[in-house]
Design a protein around this ligand. Structure first.
Ligand code: ZN
Length: 401
């Protein structure tokens, strides 16, 4: 279903929708007892919501496809990530509130280390500290090249954002220079179409100057570029679903995804209690609230089953406080699976529960992968969830006469 078709059905209401995202929620069973992280976790409150609500599994992008967090979230917001594709550069830039203009090209960059032969010996410059890397970013921010204004803003540790503001509009279809492995030279900047040749040339020029400037610095001697992207012109979330929306997240990229869709964004410190206080503070002003919790994904990527269990339990503890504030519909899920046994994102479908509003019930009594498989919704696409939540909240009118 197209977003303009949904927008035509969206109707005003005073109901509120709450989306709680446990990043990387889905897992795989451990050998000892066949339970996933979510199933091993003691989650009486989520189980209660599953009992009183309905469950299912969703695949964020497409069956068999491992999603990045950006597309995973776009899907949860109702945007088909196969249609609405954007690079990480734009998401990171928006996440730190960089005022992107329509022609800007944003790039996510990493400091790295090259050996004497110009091959990459460390793709993250030994995970250089923020204290050591931020001055390097400031130095790179001084770079001036012909044909574009350049901005560098430091993120965390080895990561920064590079924004080019070209003199004339140019394409953003340019490949990464990060080959994804060590022992080889960085890839050359390669345009994927004619319209992006200028961008590739500007980035190449910038990289040459950056390498000269970094040559006599300690900590890192080069940068790798990824996720080259321009600002897309997409329908705003509030225009599609008729809901004023807010994204509450500690990590910049998730606020970036929200901003890309015209949501307000609120920065919180890590920790579930901060999500509760921000939800309380912003509850009245917004119809749709998205609360992002990164910890399950981090634990999964570290291969730490027990820690993933523990952080899921932390979220479970705040569930009553969130639901008691009175959203008509609460949706709890993840943006993809991050099984700790794989130490990475994976393609496995993600469990979800929807609580509140009108629905035919299922007999799910637990929130977990196995239980959700038997839920009434079955296996659906992630981008269908938002429609389901809006319908449950009475916010979608009849289609056709
Ligand atoms: Zn994620």
């Amino acid at each position: 279903m197209r977003l303009d078709q949904i927008a035509a059905l969206a109707q005003g209401s005073d109901t509120k929708v709450l989306l709680i995202v446990l990043d990387g929620l889905g897992g795989l069973p451990r050998e000892s007892d066949g339970m996933t992280e979510l199933e091993a976790a003691d989650t009486p409150n989520l189980d209660e919501l599953a009992r009183g609500g309905t469950c299912g599994l969703h695949h964020p992008v497409a069956l068999g496809i491992t999603p990045g967090s950006g597309p995973g979230h776009l899907a949860l917001f109702g945007y088909d990530p196969l249609v609405y594709e954007t690079g990480r550069g734009v998401l990171e830039a928006l996440g730190i509130e960089f005022p992107l203009e329509s022609q800007d090209i944003a790039v996510r960059a990493n400091f790295c280390t090259l050996d004497s032969e110009g091959c990459i010996s460390d793709r993250r410059a030994g995970r250089i500290s923020t204290e050591a890397a931020a001055p390097l970013s400031e130095m790179l921010d001084e770079i001036r090249i012909e044909g574009a204004e350049c901005f560098v803003r430091h993120l965390k540790e080895h990561r920064f954002v590079l924004v080019l503001r070209p003199d004339a509009a140019t394409g953003a279809e340019v490949g990464d220079t990060d080959p994804g492995r060590t022992g080889v030279a960085p890839l050359i900047v390669r345009p994927r179409n004619e319209h992006s040749e200028t961008t590739a040339r500007l980035l190449d020029t910038w990289l040459k100057v950056a390498r000269e400037r970094l040559a006599d610095q300690s900590g890192a001697n080069m940068a790798l570029l990824r996720g080259v992207s321009g600002l897309p012109d997409w329908p705003r979330f509030d225009h599609v679903f008729g809901m004023r929306a807010v994204a509450v997240a500690a990590d910049p990229m998730y606020r970036g995804v929200g901003r890309l869709l015209g949501m307000d964004a609120v920065t919180v410190s890590d920790g579930v209690e901060n999500l509760v206080s921000e939800y309380r503070r912003t509850f009245k002003a917004f119809d749709f609230s998205f609360l992002h919790f990164k910890a399950p994904d981090k634990a999964g990527e570290d291969g730490d089953f027990d820690r993933k269990v523990a952080v899921i339990e932390e979220v479970d503890e705040i569930i009553p406080q969130l639901v008691d504030m009175g959203p008509a519909v609460t949706l709890v899920t993840g943006d993809h699976s991050t099984p700790s046994m794989l130490k990475s994102h994976s393609w496995h479908p993600v469990p979800f529960l929807i609580h509140g509003g009108s629905a035919r019930m299922d007999d799910t009594t637990r929130f977990g992968e196995t239980a959700c498989r038997n839920g009434v919704h079955g296996l659906i696409r992630g981008c269908e969830l938002m429609r389901l939540a809006a319908a449950r909240a009475g916010r979608l009118a009849k289609f056709g006469a």
